[in-house]
Every structure is written in structure tokens, then in C-alpha cells.
Design a protein around this ligand. Structure first.
Ligand code: DLL
Length: 434
């Protein structure tokens, strides 16, 4: 499913394809969704005025709030009888965002997910265990349809039930695991703790396609060494399609974006101005071929960088840097900008900690207060207060020098922090509750 026609296309040709598809997508949105009509009209822009791809910058952004305000089906561009599937993201605050798919959209999604699996070296020979959650979340069904499309054997186990996951990996000869990176680590932990007889290296498991949450290079190394597999980053968001927006190839040096279907721009999250290729900022998506829920200049809040360098895999598609933060999950601690992923990187550097942590932000006496709770590993966990205090002090110092904030560091016993079978809850910001 390496679609050479589009994935290894010359840039000038790709731009032609994008321009043609963009014209269709803008007109489709304008003609069928009152929200787009109003917002284009207010900006004095008609879809017919699009002469070059850069003209898209004249179109106002679509914000998550607009999607919530249109709950549930206000942004659908086709009648409900054409909608064959609904997905929705949980939405921690306010309404959830709801997306719909036509038959063609489902086919498109299966294609980009099949390409994703191929990008990670998968083929019809693989047995893909889908341990992303099935349901309204796009992870499970997205990976499922893609794996079927490529002709692989799908094991639709969904998330959770770790013992059963391990059994099926062994008994069904699973070669590729699809789940969140935190759940992969959770599985490795489980084996280390409870299953001295189980060895991932004696199974056929050889690769994993992990995504749906930010994860660091350190976490990759951890998964790869503990499971003896290749770990690939896959990325996507429900508003745009689900997983299948971009993914890593064997080079593991960025995620190829399927830009024949999704047009990407990078903007300054403060000013909204477009930034040149190569600069870091917020990634904005425009769907080029989607029918039920076209998104035009959707502000993802994900922070990344785009670069177009020749890739050993042969794909010419632009690459995006691993997403390690969002413009809206950035914590501001006493005026200092801190990304949870930076804290994670510090924790992973320090000998003796486990990749299970929680960041608690609070406000005391008008001052931001940050506490990092982290599990220490069995070997290091010691009742001897002195050893623990030294370790906490090391983490505190490192955090201070890397992040520029002082945090309270609390070491906890292995397995005391709540585990997730889906996305891990890394940050509890109590300031938002007050
Ligand atoms: O998480 C879709 C998905 C499912 C992607 C399975 C990959 C695998 P949402 O629930 O709408 O969709 O959440 C989208 O999650 O804007 C990012 O902030 C974050 N995210 C997704 N993939 C990655 C990744 C799915 N590989 C939001 N790295 C996005 C970092 C990611 N963040």
C-alpha cells in the first residue's frame, strides 16, 4: 500500500493535485455548511477566488469551539442518509466534537491507515492486534479498517485485559501491535512483574504503531528494548479523520503527512500568521477530499515543524516533527512555559524512575505550585529515606536547570499511580477547577 503515485510524487505535481482538490473542498464546504458560508462571506472570500494554494490564507480558521458550538451535526456537509458512521472525541470540557463519515470517507480513511501500516513496514502477511479502544474513539476502528484494507489479519481485541493481550500475541502469532505508547509500556510492566515465563522476544511481535498521545524518544527506546520490537509513531485527530494523518517510516525521522488528502500549514499560535516551512508552530489542517465533514483551516493546537528532505523510504511527502506539545496544554508555571513532555524527558533521563508520572498544578497563595509524582522502580525503591531524598533532589535540580521552574518531586512506590488502558492522564491542573 505504498501508493507511489501520490506518496512519491514530484512537488510541483503534488501542488497541482492539492490546488484542484482544494477548490472542490472549499466549494463543497461553502455550498453545504452554513457555518463556512458565513465565515467565508464575513472575510469577503468566495471559493471561486482561490487562484493559488497561498490564497487559502484569506480564509478564517476553524476552531475547536466552532465545532462544539455546532454540536452535534451542524458542520455536516451531506444529508444524514449519506452518513454511515459517527465518531466523537470525549471532550474534557464543554461539548464533545462529533464527526461523520460517508462511505467514501470510510474508504479514504481505510486507505490512509493502510498506507500508515505499510509505512511502518506492514503488509498482508502481518497479524495486527488492535488494542486501541473501539467505539466513538477513532483509534480502534481506524486501525481495524486500515489493517483489513492492506489484507493483514486483524485481531480486534480493543484496549485493556492485558493478560489476554499477551496470550493472543503468543497464540495468534501477532506481528504488529496497535495501541497507545503508554499502554505498550503498561504491558511490558505487567510482564516484568507477573509473568517471568513470558518473553516478547520469543513471540512473533516485531513492530508497533503507537500514537494518540505525545511520547518521547526515551519512551520509544524503552518500548523497543523491553519488547524487542520497532516502535513507530502514528498521528491523527478525529476532526481531520482519526489516525491516518501522518506516520513514521523506517527512517524514524519524522512523520510523513498524507498531503494528497490533508493540506497542512504552520502558523504562529499567537498571531495566527503563517510561518515558513521549517519553523515550529501550530499545525493547521484542511481536508481536500472529505465529504461528510470537510475541515477548512482547522487549528489543531498541536505544535510541530514541517520539513521536506529526501527520505530513505522513497516517500516525498512532507514530514512533521513528532508532536510533543499543544499550544493549549502548555502549562504556564509562574510565568514559565512548560510542556508536560519536557518533564517526562527529565524523568526518563534519571536512573531509577518509571515512565509513570503525574503532574499536579495548583495555586497556593496566588502562586503556581507544581508537583511531579513519579514512580520509582522496584530495584531502587527503598525504605531508606536518604536514598529516596537524594533521588528526589536530583530530579528537582535537573528540572530546575532544564525547565527553569522548581517543582516539588514526590517519589511513590511502584504501581501506585492509576494506570490507563487508553490515553494516560498526565496533568491534573487544579487551577482550572478553581
Ligand atoms: O487520538 C487519533 C489517533 C488514534 C491517533 C490512534 C493515533 C492513533 P483524538 O482523540 O481526536 O484522535 O486526539 C487527537 O491527540 O490533536 C494530538 O494532540 C494527540 N495525538 C494524536 N496522535 C499523537 C501522536 C486521536 N502520535 C489529539 N503524538 C491530537 C502526539 C498525538 N500527539
Amino acid at each position: 500500500m505504498f501508493n507511489k503515485e501520490y506518496e512519491a510524487m514530484q512537488l510541483s505535481k503534488l501542488r497541482e493535485v492539492q490546488l484542484e482538490r482544494l477548490r472542490w473542498s472549499l466549494k463543497h464546504a461553502y455550498d453545504n455548511v452554513p457555518f463556512y458560508r458565513q465565515s467565508f462571506d464575513a472575510a469577503g472570500f468566495g471559493p471561486g477566488q482561490l487562484k493559488t494554494l497561498d490564497d487559502l490564507r484569506r480564509v478564517p480558521f476553524l476552531m475547536k469551539q466552532n465545532m462544539r458550538d455546532s454540536y452535534p451535526f451542524g458542520l455536516f456537509a451531506v444529508p444524514m442518509e449519506k452518513v454511515v458512521r459517527i465518531h466523537s472525541s470525549s471532550g474534557t470540557t464543554g461539548n464533545a466534537t462529533v464527526v461523520g463519515y460517508t462511505k467514501n470517507d470510510i474508504e479514504l480513511w481505510a486507505e490512509v491507515m493502510a498506507r500508515t501500516i505499510a509505512c511502518a513496514g506492514g503488509s498482508s502477511k502481518d497479524v495486527v492486534q488492535v488494542a486501541y479502544g473501539y467505539g466513538l474513539f477513532t483509534g480502534g476502528l481506524g486501525a481495524h479498517y486500515g489493517a483489513e484494507k492492506i489484507g493483514a489479519t486483524v485481531v480486534p481485541i480493543s484496549g485493556g485485559n492485558t493478560e489476554r493481550q499477551l496470550m493472543l500475541i503468543k497464540d495468534f502469532g501477532t506481528t504488529m501491535l496497535a495501541c497507545t505508547p503508554s499502554y505498550a509500556i503498561n504491558m511490558a510492566d505487567h510482564v516484568e512483574r507477573n509473568r517471568p515465563d513470558y518473553d516478547f522476544r520469543k513471540t512473533k511481535l516485531r513492530a508497533g504503531i503507537f500514537g494518540a498521545e505525545p511520547w518521547t524518544e526515551q519512551m520509544r527506546t524503552e518500548i523497543e528494548t523491553r519488547m524487542g520490537i520497532d516502535a513507530f509513531d502514528i498521528y491523527g485527530l478525529s476532526e481531520v479523520i482519526g489516525p491516518g494523518v501522518s506516520c513514521e517510516c523506517s527512517a524514524k525521522s519524522g512523520l510523513h503527512v498524507f498531503e494528497d488528502h490533508f493540506y497542512v500549514e504552520i502558523i504562529d499560535p499567537e498571531s495566527g500568521e503563517a510561518l515558513p516551512e521549517g519553523e515550529k508552530g501550530e499545525i493547521v489542517y484542511t481536508s481536500l477530499t472529505k465529504e461528510a465533514c470537510p475541515v477548512i483551516r482547522y487549528r489543531s493546537r498541536d505544535i510541530t515543524r514541517l520539513y521536506r528532505t529526501p527520505c530513505s523510504c522513497g516517500r516525498t511527502l512532507v514530514k512533521m516533527e513528532k508532536v510533543t506539545g499543544r499550544s493549549d496544554d502548555m502549562l504556564i508555571i509562574r510565568g514559565v512555559n512548560v510542556f508536560p513532555s519536557q518533564i517526562e524527558a527529565v524523568l526518563m533521563e534519571v536512573e531509577g524512575t518509571e515512565p509513570h508520572y503525574q503532574i499536579i498544578v495548583d495555586r497556593k497563595d496566588a502562586l503556581d505550585d507544581i508537583e511531579v509524582m513519579v514512580e520509582v522502580n522496584e530495584r531502587l525503591f527503598s525504605d531508606e529515606l536518604k536514598v529516596m531524598n537524594q533521588l528526589a533532589a536530583r530530579i528537582r535540580q535537573r528540572m530546575q536547570s532544564v525547565l527553569g521552574v522548581s517543582a516539588k518531586v514526590t517519589l511513590v512506590e511502584p504501581r501506585t499511580l492509576a494506570r490507563s488502558e487508553g490515553k494516560a492522564v498526565r496533568v491534573v491542573d487544579k487551577r482550572k477547577l478553581k
